[in-house]
Design a protein around this ligand. Structure first.
Ligand code: 5GP
Ligand code: MN
Length: 335
């Protein structure tokens, strides 16, 4: 994988570009894809954003979401665009399987592939150009760097600024995680000077749910939360029946894994949701516990040191039993 700066000369002529991201894109995945799309269109390129799957309502307010192609719904059109593309940009993921049903179409593409991502252990061999930096708060920060690095900071408009800010807010937990280095605040100051309305972004991301989701959270915290004080750990296990009862949709469970961190002493939280095809895990830690290694070792996943995800093909009760059986093997969690 060649450094991303070597890509700039190749973007001097108009090209057909496709931008994609991980399945069920969150604020950083969607925000970075849209912001880069807006920028590259301003530079005269033909750009399409393809999402591997549907996405949560809380990213729907982002300028440009209506034009994003959902691969699962528009496969023939998406495959056509992919086959005609000169370049593919892969944002906020670093290994093709995170695109679910797009995995083999992406792997077989002959065009130039570009990686912009901040997760651990990138599959560098799959990309021609790129930047992979786990010190970055978000892929949105890296898109900002990419635009500024091209000397195009003045092309950043309100639409790009709100998409970039949304991803930064999402991935830094509203500026509280340790990934929030000084440069993140400098970036936000610059976006503010360029017209960012930060209040509207927060409303779009966090004040945009339906009543059922709030009642679902109440139910989950009351009935599905288990605390293991001896390991400073909390677990939430959500059966499919809860998702049906409360009519839960994509994005409604986002952020739920963080709630138990408000309990004194809790340093590791996990949530597992019984989805149709798999049991989907999310892990979050404070301080010295490596969620990435934990997810990779026991739950076919990965991510970052303090935030990772995984999956299981076991039943909900079996994968919960697996979780409980490996907790005592984590010395750093012991009280
Ligand atoms: P979340 O819990 O919000 O789904 O994901 C937390 C972090 O872990 C994100 O950075 C996400 O990209 C990563 N992640 C989530 N699920 C998986 C997975 O199954 N495999 C890998 N490699 N990373 C994941
Ligand atoms: Mn991200």
């Amino acid at each position: 994988m060649k450094p991303i700066v070597e890509l700039y000369p190749l973007l001097h002529q108009p090209k057909k570009l496709v931008i994609t991201t991980h399945q069920k894109p969150d604020a950083d995945a969607m925000g970075s894809s849209l912001a880069l799309g807006h920028y590259l269109r301003k530079r005269g390129h033909h750009v399409t954003v393809i999402s591997p799957t549907n996405w949560a309502d809380f990213v729907n307010w982002m300028p440009g979401t209506a034009e994003v192609i959902n691969y699962e719904q528009q496969q023939p059109k998406a495959n056509q665009l992919l086959s005609e593309a000169d370049m593919l940009f892969c944002l906020d993921f670093n290994i093709f399987y995170r695109t679910k049903s797009m995995t083999s179409p992406l792997a077989s593409l002959a065009c130039t592939k570009v990686l912009i991502d901040h997760h651990q252990e990138p599959d560098e061999a799959s990309f021609d150009f790129g930047v992979s930096d786990t010190n970055k708060s978000s892929t949105c920060e890296m898109i900002y760097d990419f635009i500024v690095g091209a000397g195009d900071a003045d092309l950043i408009d309100q639409a790009m600024a709100s998409c970039i800010y949304a991803g930064v807010v999402g991935d830094t937990g509203s500026f509280r995680f340790s990934s929030t280095h000084a440069g993140v605040h400098t970036l936000v100051a610059d976006l503010k000077k360029r017209g960012l309305d930060h209040g509207r972004v927060h409303e779009g991301l966090y004040d945009n749910f339906l009543e059922n989701r709030l009642r679902f959270i109440g139910h989950v915290l009351l009935n599905r939360l288990e605390i293991f004080y001896e390991y400073n750990t909390a677990l939430i296990a959500i059966p499919k029946s809860d998702l049906v009862q409360f009519n839960i949709r994509t994005g409604d469970t986002e952020g739920l894994v963080n709630y138990p961190h408000s309990i004194q002493g809790i340093r590791f939280t996990a949530i597992v949701i019984d989805r149709d095809e798999e049991r989907k895990w999310s892990f979050r830690s404070k301080g010295q516990f490596d969620c990435n290694t934990f997810a990779r070792t026991y739950f076919e996943g990965g991510g970052h040191y303090n935030a990772a995800g995984g999956r299981s093909g076991q039943s909900l009760s079996d994968t919960v039993a697996t979780f409980k059986s490996v907790l005592p093997l984590q010395p750093s969690l012991k009280r």
